[in-house]
Write a protein that binds this ligand. Structure first.
Ligand code: SF4
Length: 691
């Protein structure tokens, strides 16, 4: 039997067709606008049956009273009543705010976020924390402060695509197919990345930028566009404020291509050419990604990129960057139940904590501060859902100390992981194929696609929604979860849209809540305080930040340990997100591991030669925070002076954890983002050759 649903084995949220026999998943394929023979193959989806029926999957709840004990299998009733009793005790003794919920970006997100937030509101804690300070939420805030929402690149119909710090071939196949489609029809492609990615190889211009300097490049492109008069005068005149102030900053000679070329490691001619092509080819879009998000400069850098879209008039036109048309949903997070006098632990980043009405709080480093330093107050218990902070959060040694210090830790996941080694309760979650939920990925564009349960729950695993609903009942908060099943909950959320689970099931490819409309600003303006694109932001100025990006100059070397670069002379960058894994997940799946059996640090041939490093030999990489030992691979995918350390492998071997090297001590003042994409480090050859 063929059924339709949405794959959530990673955050790409691809619509898929699955084959089911006798209630078992036997195969799955991505759906796409391009013909099947041209579609990109996703190894994880190909391995979906192996993932769903993996012997390593958690299939029963596990509990233990303290960390000296082994885990024992427990019934759901025992596990949830034990968890509820411990959480209630911590609440009685320390207040509800001492309990936090932490969401990661493993194989899930979206609607369950609303349920977890709702439970925390009912419980009385404002601390529902997400990982967005190192993911797209920090970028989303920069877009929002510029034109009111995060735009969506309409690459398929674009004539010029700029891919900035993103590797869609590995992480977003639908977008990668759109780029390929547009390129086959003559679209220009400009790629900004220190690494020679799949699209960098095919680009008309590849700007192999020095890691961490994206904001400076964006300012230099603005300089060139404004100086050459390549901006969209009519759009700026009608829909933007602050162009004069922008000119006052961007036209400063310090941002001229010639002045920044040496710092950026990019020829001035290429900067000018890229600016000219982007500004004079319409429609054009910019696909920005995690390569920008995980840098200290994330906020102003992505704001400068957002301003590039605006001054060229590429916002909300077909083939440009679409202004979202969100599906009207009922907000079910019950934040009104929270005591008004209790601040969240993220309160020291007030703009970031408050910029969005329904997101959770995303300054995730604050969670570690609250556990270790008890600032602004102690967190004693955490529920981790779809995350593995022991490996994925910055500065792993500090994170491990925090997890160790917790009085109580619950982990909800598909597999045991390094974080669950610190847990008291491990709850087995289902895969995406075993649960129904709203798929938030497409909903910025008004399209609602239902992620549909297509097979029964495997073993005693339970979907996230059920775990949250049931935990609420054990905490005595059942009245806040009155729905008999998730379909009822989704229907309540969908009410303002006029859609329902029943209607969506009849339309497996999804339904539009409203027809897509471009150039909404002509009638509605922009959803900013001024109703215009804010090239100059009064809100940022009032809060003490540069109202135009880099008005006070681009910071001196904004990557970790720059003050120690005499001792740590090479730049380390965290590795690509391989398409066979999702962050730290799926290393135990044999067919996926076969595709990528062992990690290796990539080093440029000239650096390897200078340091006596050979392919296949083990090296030691160190920073003031810790060490990584791994084999090397000599490769010119990275520029000279940069090494690339694979991401996520700390799950397999603690000495392979790139976050042993990163620093959470210095953060972006607005979004709390640390520099865990790039840092100065030292690399040395070790004598022992690995077999
Ligand atoms: S890219 Fe991600 S969401 Fe899409 S099919 Fe592969 S694993 Fe699933």
């Amino acid at each position: 039997m063929v059924k339709y649903t949405v794959c959530r084995l990673c955050s790409a949220c691809c619509p898929i067709e699955v084959k089911i026999e006798e209630n078992r998943l036997v195969g799955a394929e991505r759906l796409s606008f391009i013909p099947p023979h041209k579609r990109l193959v996703c190894p994880k989806l190909k391995a979906s049956t192996e993932i769903v029926y993996s012997k390593s999957r958690l299939l029963k709840p596990l509990i233990r009273k303290n960390r000296n004990e082994e885990f024992r299998e427990a019934s759901w009733e025992d596990a949830l009543s034990f968890a509820a009793e411990k959480l209630q005790k911590i609440k009685d003794f320390n207040g509800a705010k001492a309990v936090a919920w932490l969401r990661g970006m493993a194989a899930d997100w979206g609607a369950p976020w609303d349920y977890a937030n709702r439970l925390m509101s009912a419980f009385g804690s404002p601390n529902a924390i997400g990982n967005g300070s190192v993911c797209h939420v920090a970028r989303e805030m920069a877009h929002t402060y510029t034109y009111g929402a995060m735009t969506v690149p309409m690459a398929k119909d674009s004539k010029c695509i700029v891919v900035w710090g993103k590797n869609d071939k590995n992480t977003a196949p639908a977008m990668a197919e759109a780029i390929i489609f547009a390129k086959e029809r003559g679209a220009k492609l400009i790629v900004v990345d220190p690494v020679r990615t799949f699209f960098a190889k095919q680009a008309d211009i590849w700007l192999q930028i020095r890691p961490g300097y994206d904001g400076l490049l964006a300012m230099s492109m603005l300089h060139e566009i404004i100086k050459q008069g390549l901006y969209d005068e009519a759009f700026i005149e009608s829909y933007c404020i602050g162009f004069d102030e922008l000119c006052g900053v961007a036209l400063d000679d310090r941002y001229s291509p010639e002045k920044v070329s040496k710092t950026l490691w990019i020829d001035a001619k290429l900067i000018r050419e890229s600016a000219r092509i982007y500004a004079s080819t319409k429609p054009a879009c910019i696909i920005d990604g995690n390569g920008l998000d995980m840098q200290l400069e994330v906020f102003q850098a992505t704001r400068a990129v957002a301003i590039l879209r605006a001054v060229t008039g590429n916002i909300d036109i077909p083939g440009g960057d679409f202004m979202p048309q969100p599906v009207p949903l009922k907000n079910i997070q019950l934040k009104e139940l929270l005591p008004s006098d209790v601040e969240p632990i993220t309160a020291s980043y007030p703009l970031f904590s408050k910029f969005h009405p329904t997101w959770g709080l995303h300054a995730q480093s604050c969670l570690i501060d609250a556990i270790l330093d008890e600032k602004p107050y102690p967190i004693k218990a955490v529920i981790v859902q779809s995350g593995n902070p022991a490996i994925t959060m910055t500065e792993s040694n500090r994170v491990a100390s925090a997890l160790e210090r917790l009085e109580f830790l619950v982990v909800v996941d598909l597999f045991r992981n390094r974080t669950s080694e610190f847990a008291h309760v491990i709850l087995p979650a289902t895969t995406c194929f075993e649960k129904t939920q709203l798929n938030r990925a497409s909903m910025r564009n008004s399209l609602v696609v239902l992620q549909n349960q297509v097979i029964p729950w495997v073993g005693e695993s339970r979907p996230d929604w059920k775990i949250v609903f049931d935990l609420a009942h054990y905490l005595g908060l059942g009245q806040y979860f009155p729905w008999k099943d998730v379909e009822e909950a989704i229907d309540e959320q969908l009410e303002p849209s006029g859609l329902s689970v029943e209607k969506l099931r009849k339309h497996p490819q999804g339904l539009y809540a409203s027809a897509l409309t471009y150039e909404k600003h002509r009638t509605d303006g922009f959803p900013t305080p001024s109703g215009k694109v804010e090239l100059f932001s009064e809100r940022l100025e009032a809060a003490g930040y540069d109202p135009v990006p880099y008005k006070s100059g681009f910071p001196e070397d904004p990557i970790s340990f720059s003050e120690l670069k005499d001792q740590y002379p090479i730049i380390g960058i965290s590795g690509e997100r391989r398409n066979c894994y999702t962050h730290t997940q799926f290393f135990q799946i044999p067919s996926l591991r076969k595709l990528d059996p062992e990690p290796a640090i990539e080093i440029h041939p000239a650096d390897a030669d200078k340091l006596g490093i050979e392919t296949g030999k083990e090296v030691l990489v160190s920073t003031p925070k810790g060490e990584v030992k791994m084999k090397t691979r000599i490769s010119d995918v990275v520029p000279q002076g940069v090494i690339r350390i694979p991401w996520g492998w700390g799950e397999v071997n603690p000495m392979w954890n790139v976050n042993n090297l990163t620093d959470d001590g210095v953060r972006n003042p607005i979004t709390s983002t640390p520099s865990n994409r790039s840092f100065y480090c030292k690399i040395e050859a070790l004598q022992k050759e690995l077999s």
